[in-house]
Design a protein around this ligand. Structure first.
Ligand SMILES: [Zn+2]
Length: 735
């Protein structure tokens, strides 16, 4: 017995040691370096110019000099291996050289971890040579650039990772377990067809049906990806438990069901989660959102985010200005991520020394500021994300749902309200309790279990905000029975077709209406006409319903828009908003339950804020609701909308580190295509800006990272700072 315990103790000791020594636990910055020229697959197999000068040792040396904590070296893509493989074609220019071996040999000198970049899902020579692994669409036609995860490809992948592990790498970055980014949808190959019938007793649908059969098929697709991830992970761990595995994640917006990933189900299958940001595909604002989304998907793991060196995309041979790199890097670190900068070599494999010098400067700054990152965030508002609504209300236009979620996030950032992400798959009472306020942005589908969870949250003192058509859909994404009445104190009457809805508020009506009208100029015009309800309505674009109060207090008025005769006849659309015609119901409902309050918007100020009609008034409406429900938050900030603030608790809970990051993109010119949808200009400037911070606890001391920042303390509960840098850290010790 004692011996057995001792043995278990030894296992625990060694496995703990192995875990505590994992390279990814304490790192902040690293680089991923790979070639340019075969990224689209099917490149010329005899083009010996390709990777002719790719030098593994030089890659590692340059990364070490650029202050990297680790390096991710390209080992395999859809066309080639970049090492001596018995299974895969080798990049033609490499001839007898082996960059993976060179990298590992060089990295030993610096004690630097080498991670192998390894592709799973990419078109190219390998899939061309292995048609037996092809994915098939619903009509039974092969999808020539996608692998089926049930085809036997997993066994081939295991042989590939075995080869790479023989080199003595410290980890794998696996890119990526997707099933495509739009139609055609798979997989309906013979293997999948049989497997599906065995599991569900029916055939795979032959078209997109959004019914019970489609529900089963979505589950089948999700399960195919998860099983592949888990099996590959186990295989690697069984060979060497110290080799890390992370999968490039695609569970967050703008990705949806088509990719075959759910936020939590496909986030938690590696040792840590890895996602991507970058203006090229995600917007400036979602840099922080992506990091927090990943964090919420895998609360017990670290978060890695990949960004790119190039000004436009991963594969261009350009380098962003230093301030542009700093902004993205420091934003991500403030949101708790460690960051991998992706560099692509020239076609022949040469490195650009300017890039490494610039990235090295940015990385040096992160390392110096590292004691101020990676602490527990302060949260006020939890933004709820529903994978069910994404799949079944969003369907093949998921952006319609994402706009409400993203608009809520945008409002929080612009107004400096500390926020976090809550995910339907892993949300529970304990998580909700971290947030004084929770917002359900157009969460169309809510199960009875979710409704009960929110009811308990509110009864215990939580504050809940619902917008638009939250809870108005059944599990298949059709307008259904409204189960929320006991919570919201109102009944759902009908959905308003079109998104050009208007809201008016009259501050003299009630204290509630006055508090929800703050900073909305429309509510203060025509003061003499208040009694006649002649205030000017404001456009709140987005999904809207007509609701009727049962127990809730009604606030404000909801207006439907005019429809021209041509619109009524269906000859004109309603994309361009039409002016307000008539009041159709209340705009807001306030319902007390236990110690908390539920505030329901019949309209969608969240969606409006994320839309092309992002009026500041819509944002204020949402913010006023938060301040109405939570008038005395722990910390409050006033600063310009271009400044993002991130609040972290100091380790001893003695105060806060407030990260202030300015996004100062200058004006952009007319784009060549898709006018007026411009990409923001690169950040070159070092800005200056003011910020005011109010705290509930008295401030004992305040200091800043930059010596040039001026601070005043007008009262013991607030400070004013004048910052002359793109990033600043304000260190507050409070009572
Ligand atoms: Zn298949």
């Amino acid at each position: 017995m004692t011996l057995r315990l001792c043995f278990i103790g030894m296992i625990l000791f060694f496995s703990n040691r192995a875990i505590s020594e994992s390279w990814h636990e304490k790192v902040a910055v690293g680089m991923e370096v790979g070639p340019t020229g075969a990224q689209w697959g099917f490149s010329a197999k005899d083009d010996e110019r390709y990777c002719d000068k790719m030098d593994g040792a030089e890659i590692v040396r340059k990364c070490y000099q650029a202050n990297c904590d680790y390096v991710v070296v390209w080992a395999r893509d859809g066309d080639y291996a970049y090492y001596n493989s018995k299974i895969l074609l080798k990049a033609p220019g490499l001839k007898n050289r082996d960059p993976l071996r060179e990298s590992i040999h060089e990295a030993k000198k610096y004690n630097m971890p080498v991670i192998a970049y390894c592709v799973v899902q990419q078109g190219g020579h390998y899939i061309e040579e292995h048609p037996e692994f092809l994915m098939y669409d619903l009509e039974g036609k092969p999808i020539y650039h996608r692998f089926c995860y049930n085809s036997g490809y997993l066994e081939a992948m295991k042989q590939i990772v075995d080869e790479i592990m023989d080199y003595g790498i410290q980890g794998f970055h696996i890119d990526m377990i997707d099933q495509g980014f739009g139609p055609p949808y798979g997989c309906a190959c013979l293997v999948c067809k049989n497997k599906f019938k065995e599991q569900y007793g029916i055939e795979i649908p032959t078209s997109v049906t959004w019914d019970e059969a489609w529900k089963k098929f979505l589950e089948f697709r999700y399960r195919s990806s998860v099983d592949f991830e888990k099996d590959l992970y186990q295989h690697i761990k069984q060979r060497d438990a110290n080799v890390s595995v992370d999968f490039n994640y695609h569970g967050n917006p703008p990705f949806s069901f088509e990719v075959g990933q759910r936020p939590v189900q496909h986030g938690e299958n590696g040792d840590f989660i890895t996602g991507e940001t970058g203006i090229w595909g995600f917007s400036a604002l979602t840099v922080g959102l992506n990091a927090e989304f990943y964090r919420s998907a895998v609360p017990r793991q670290r978060v890695q985010v990949a960004i790119q060196r190039g000004v436009r995309m991963y594969h261009d041979q350009t380098t962003r200005p230093l301030n542009d790199i700093r902004w993205e890097l420091l934003t991500l670190c403030a949101h708790g991520a460690f960051v991998t900068m992706v560099d692509k070599l020239g076609f022949d494999g040469t490195l650009d020394p300017i890039a490494y010098s610039r990235i090295g400067k940015a990385f040096k700054e992160v390392k110096e500021k590292k004691p101020f990152f990676y602490h527990k965030p302060v949260y006020e508002v939890g933004i709820y994300f529903s994978s069910k609504t994404r799949d079944w209300v969003g369907r093949e236009q998921p952006a319609h749902y994402f706009t409400a979620f993203q608009g809520t996030h945008k409002a929080m950032v612009y107004e400096h309200i500390p926020w976090g992400v809550l995910l339907d798959e892993n949300c529970n009472a304990e998580k909700l309790k971290q947030f004084p306020v929770v917002i359900l942005p157009n969460t169309g589908i809510l199960s009875q279990d979710e409704i009960n969870m929110f009811r308990n949250y509110v009864e215990g003192g939580g504050q809940l905000i619902l917008t638009g058509l939250t809870g108005c859909f059944d599990k298949f994404g059709n307008i259904g029975k409204y189960l929320l009445e006991p919570l919201t104190g109102c009944e759902f009457v009908s959905r308003i077709e079109g998104e050009d809805n208007w809201v008016s508020l009259e501050p003299l009506q009630s204290e509630e209406e006055a508090r929800l009208s703050i900073e909305i100029e429309h509510t203060t015009v025509n003061k003499e006409d208040y009694k006649n309800a002649l205030t000017m309505p404001v456009l709140v674009k987005g999904p809207t319903g007509i609701f009727k109060s049962t127990t809730a207090q009604s606030v404000g008025k909801l207006w439907k828009a005019y429809r021209t005769q041509r619109q009524i006849e269906g000859k004109e659309g309603t994309d361009l908003p039409m002016s307000p015609e008539a009041v159709v119901g209340p705009a807001i409902f306030i319902n007390q339950i236990g110690k908390g309050t539920v505030l329901t918007f019949a309209c969608s100020p969240d969606y409006a804020t994320g839309s092309e009609y992002a009026l500041p008034e819509c944002r204020k409406l949402l913010i006023n609701a938060i301040r109405y429900l939570n008038p005395r938050p722990e910390i409050q900030i006033t600063a310009s909308t271009f400044v993002e603030t991130v609040f972290l608790n100091k380790p001893d809970n003695g105060g806060y580190y407030v990260h202030c990051i300015a996004y100062v993109s200058p004006p952009q010119t007319i784009p060549q295509k898709n006018r007026p949808y411009i990409l923001p200009a690169l950040i070159e400037d070092t800005p200056c800006f003011r910020i005011n911070i109010k705290t509930m606890r008295a401030i004992l001391s305040a200091s800043t990272y930059d010596k040039t920042t001026k601070i005043d303390m007008p009262t013991p509960y607030q400070i004013d700072a004048y910052i002359t840098n793109l990033h600043e850290i304000i260190d507050l010790t409070v009572n």
